[in-house]
Design a protein around this ligand. Structure first.
Ligand SMILES: NC(=O)c1ccc[n+]([C@@H]2O[C@H](COP(=O)([O-])OP(=O)(O)OC[C@H]3O[C@@H](n4cnc5c(N)ncnc54)[C@H](O)[C@@H]3O)[C@@H](O)[C@H]2O)c1
Length: 256
């Protein structure tokens, strides 16, 4: 049976989410759990992982937490090995970890540029390599990469390094999609606009935050739970025909 003919009941699949202690990664993990999957919430911050809580409508036995620094290839390899040992298989990788910086372009030091590229872009390359190789051997896998509207509009609220890293993610998504298409493995990206998550309150001063919904054609910030639902769709067994795509979810801020 080809992967896109497999029934929904083939699960539960196991998903690894990076940056899963963050505002969006956590909601994505919960959405995947609601879709019936076992989810490994990973993050660089052990304290933040320890502080995660599980709502009543998810089965907390289906959640695991593991530290993973996305700048370290060895961490991806360790997590892959540990998840296989504990869960028996892994079918889904969501690359969500990122560092958001808003430094004006002429003030960005080469060091800060490299740091953002390492955490946001090089990490996606390494994650897709490590998990993509495993998925290829297994003959099935789903990769979802978190890009951003900043990649498409050059970044307005965010920095040039952040925007460029997200543009690179869209390109890497196409590369891995093409490489893995014959092996039952898909690779897709999502490009959200401003989301209703804590990060936005951190990077925008109060008056800009208050004005933001009025600047969005649909009139409201994006929902992290809706982004989680898109991830769950891309990660489903039925989604075999969708690969190399970047899905926009930006409230009409960028229309192509
Ligand atoms: N928030 C938005 O409005 C928005 C819009 C478009 C795209 N995005 C993208 O969505 C993703 C999540 O955004 P968010 O709002 O949850 O951000 P966030 O800052 O709340 O979460 C990011 C998480 O990544 C973790 N992290 C940082 N460095 C790491 C490393 N080296 N290794 C592992 N984990 C690390 C942090 O600890 C944090 O938990 C990011 O890729 C971001 O670029 C967010």
């Amino acid at each position: 049976m080809s992967s896109d003919q497999m029934p929904m009941t083939a699960g539960p699949d196991t998903a690894v989410v990076t940056g899963a202690a963050g505002g969006l990664g956590y909601r994505i993990g919960l959405s995947l759990m609601r879709a019936g999957h076992r989810v490994v919430f990973t993050d660089i911050s052990a304290d933040a992982l320890d502080a995660l809580t599980w709502p009543d409508d998810v089965d907390s036995d289906m959640a695991l937490t593991m530290t993973l620094d996305v700048t370290k290839k060895g961490d991806f390899e360790r997590v892959l090995t540990d998840v296989l040992a504990q869960a028996g298989s892994v079918e889904i990788l969501v690359n969500c970890a990122a560092l958001t910086r808003t430094t004006p372009v002429f003030d960005i030091s080469p060091e800060e540029f490299s740091q953002v590229m390492d955490i946001n872009l090089r990490s996606v390359f390494v994650g897709c390599q490590v998990f993509g190789a495993h998925f290829r051997s297994a003959g099935y896998g789903r990769i979802v990469n978190m890009a951003s509207l900043a990649a498409q509009n050059g970044g307005t609220a965010t920095g040039a390094h952040y925007a460029a890293s997200k543009g690179g993610i869209i390109t890497l998504t196409k590369v891995f999609a093409r490489e893995l298409a014959g092996d039952g493995v898909t690779c897709n990206a999502i490009a959200p606009g401003p989301l209703d998550v804590p990060l936005l309150r951190d990077i925008l001063p109060g008056d800009k935050l208050a004005a933001m919904p009025g600047m969005i054609p649909t009139g409201s910030l994006g929902s992290p739970d809706f982004i989680g639902q898109i991830v769950s769709l891309m990660a489903s067994r039925e989604a075999g025909a969708m690969t190399g795509a970047t899905v926009d979810a930006n409230g009409g801020l960028y229309v192509r």
